[in-house]
Write a protein that binds this ligand. Structure first.
Ligand code: ATP
Ligand code: MG
Length: 493
């Protein structure tokens, strides 16, 4: 099915509306953004890029990057967004894995990309493209919703990242479904500080085009700059992950956000309960979400009103989406924990060239998420943990995230990570890694144990505590429990 090309349509409907506002106050209208994207596309075509190519793009948030992403829609090629925080080997893997034919990069990566084995003929900095001669081409008026637009790699938290193919349709339905839930206000302004190379950031750009609202684009993450924008610039929605929200609350201190600030869209990973309670007390309008690269961002969202009585839940499936909980092929009753499965027009149709993974992940249009959770009687989703990280101790299921959340309630604990190790008697037992908040070695293990004893069943209390300076996290700041397991092995050798 075709729809009008989204940026062509938007520039036609609201040419003078601001599309992008930068932190220095510069604004770019939809008409100008459209013109810049068309020009950039003409230059890419001049360099040999053609319909159906896969183009890797390595860039941090910038207007240039926004233009490059939109330009791809005019050529009908797919863009493979590379995470700037990865190593050269990881970029190379994704470039090869997605069978890319061109690599575009932000100028500051010039030195880094020299080490990659990509033909220099096919490698261009964004500025080098801008200097090319423009080739004229037929500007498309439509988009085929079935066409692959982006290939985004998963964060690689549980293993090797997989290339998630998302069509124009996936992105379009994701944007529409979000609006059906959050509503669309005339004054909406969405702050984007999440990287555009992740689906959480990229989806803001597409929503802005579909809705006709400005994006306040932050090129660098700065909690002070975000705070200032929320206080003074009429921001109505901000997409955040847990660490950002924690820092923003610190900036907020005793102040309150203006009432126009209507949604703090929180996603990407688990959220410690004390943080949600703090937000509730301060009246910060947090909307918890559940989603993944495979679902083009949020697929389940909890409204601020519901947050007050369903604290900790990720909410209900969006209008066009469905969620169910399954164990051994059977749909479970409310409150029973099993694997979360999702279905909807925003869900990927598969990983690029991963037949085995695709066979395992998809069943009659439903996606196995690999996450464990339950639905309560009212259909609200609670995400428990990743299936791969489940610990089975003496036949009881132990969820590392639950223990981590309890440990993090302690002021003296800055960060905590829990994994299961093999145990002769119980099969597996949990052990905890602790990053202390205050001065080192101040933590008393007995105090930790007593604190856990008051809040957790005996078999969930970590059998060992390791004190470390930092926990292993990936480029998305997600805890790498598989590395913790290696740490344990090293300790034991
Ligand atoms: P990989 O698939 O390569 O292991 P990843 O799953 O971390 O990496 P992403 O697509 O970035 O890659 O993250 C999606 C995952 O984040 C979800 O599958 C889930 O495990 C976690 N997540 C997202 N939202 C929530 C939430 N509200 N609560 C708990 N976990 C969440
Ligand atoms: Mg995943």
């Amino acid at each position: 099915m075709e729809i009008p090309h989204w940026l062509e349509k938007r520039a036609f409907l609201s040419p003078n509306q601001t599309a992008i506002q930068l932190t220095d106050g510069t604004t770019i209208s939809f008409a100008n953004l459209r013109q810049d994207a068309v020009t950039f596309a003409g230059k890419l075509i001049g360099c040999g890029v053609k319909c159906g190519d896969r183009i890797a793009l390595l860039s941090s948030n910038s207007y240039q990057m926004v233009v490059a992403i939109h330009a791809m829609t005019y050529i009908n090629c797919s863009v493979v967004l590379l995470n700037t925080r990865l190593s050269g080997t990881e970029w190379q893997f994704q470039y090869d894995d997605a069978a890319c034919t061109y690599l575009l990069y932000e100028d500051i990566y010039e030195a880094d990309i020299k080490n990659l084995t990509v033909s220099s003929r096919d490698t261009y900095s964004l500025t080098a493209i801008e200097k090319q001669k423009e080739t004229s081409f037929n500007i498309p008026t439509e988009m085929d919703l079935e066409q692959i637009f982006t290939i985004l790699y998963t964060s690689g938290t549980t293993g090797f990242p997989k290339g998630v193919q998302l069509t124009y349709g996936n992105h379009f339905w994701s944007a529409v479904s979000s609006a059906l839930n959050l509503g669309l206000h005339k004054q909406d302004r969405w702050l984007a500080t999440l990287p555009l190379f992740h689906v959480g950031g990229l989806s803001i750009l597409i929503r802005s085009t579909v809705y006709g609202i400005p994006v306040h684009l932050h090129t660098k993450y700065s909690k002070q700059a975000i705070h200032r924008d929320i206080m003074d610039q009429g921001i109505t929605i901000v997409s955040v992950v847990t660490v950002m929200l924690e820092e923003l609350l610190g900036e907020l201190g005793e102040q309150n956000y203006p009432s126009s600030m209507r949604c703090m869209l929180l996603g990407g990973g688990p959220v410690p309960r004390p943080l949600l309670e703090k937000c509730k007390k301060k009246g910060v309008p947090v909307f918890q979400t559940y989603g993944m690269t495979e679902t083009s961002s949020q697929i389940v969202t909890l409204s601020h009103e519901d947050a007050l009585h369903k604290l900790g839940s990720a909410g209900k499936a969006l209008f066009t989406a469905q969620v169910k909980i399954v164990k051994e092929g059977k749909k479970l009753e409310p409150n029973d924990i099993g694997e979360i499965m999702v279905k909807g027009p925003m869900v990927t149709r598969g990983y690029y060239k991963r037949e085995e993974a695709n066979k395992e992940a998809f069943q009659n249009g439903w996606l196995h998420t690999g996450d464990l959770g339950y639905l309560d009687e009212d259909g609200y989703l609670y995400v428990v943990d990743r299936r791969k990280d489940l610990i089975v101790s003496g036949g009881e299921n132990v969820y590392p995230a639950e223990i981590e959340s309890v440990l993090k309630e302690l002021d003296s604990v800055k960060d905590a990570g829990v994994v299961g190790i093999t145990d002769k008697k119980w099969g597996q037992v949990p052990v905890a890694f602790i990053v202390q908040a205050g001065s080192k070695h101040s933590q008393d293990i007995n105090q930790l144990k007593t604190f856990c004893k008051d809040r957790l069943a005996k078999y969930k209390i970590p059998k060992k505590f390791f004190f470390v300076d930092e926990l292993p996290r990936n480029a998305s700041k997600k805890l790498l429990r598989r590395e913790l397991l290696e740490w344990v092995k090293r300790e034991e050798d």
